[in-house]
Write a protein that binds this ligand. Sequence first.
Ligand code: SF4
Length: 67
Amino acid sequence: MSTYKVSIDRSACIGDAICTALSKNWFMDSDGKASFHRETIDDSEYESNHEAEISCPVAIINIEKLS
Ligand code: SF4
């Protein structure tokens, strides 16, 4: 079982909500920018979070393998 760290450069988020359509870990916050529920995820959530990472049009989502 691997774990991964989720991060985002929120200052550059354009609020198009693509990530929220791809992963339940992501939601649109009250300021119109994306946020995530869990900073540390495991293999069961990696695929959907990785889809969000590679689909973000401004490439501000990062999924980093921890272990
Ligand atoms: S896909 Fe990227 S730009 Fe769009 S809401 Fe999510 S983090 Fe923001």
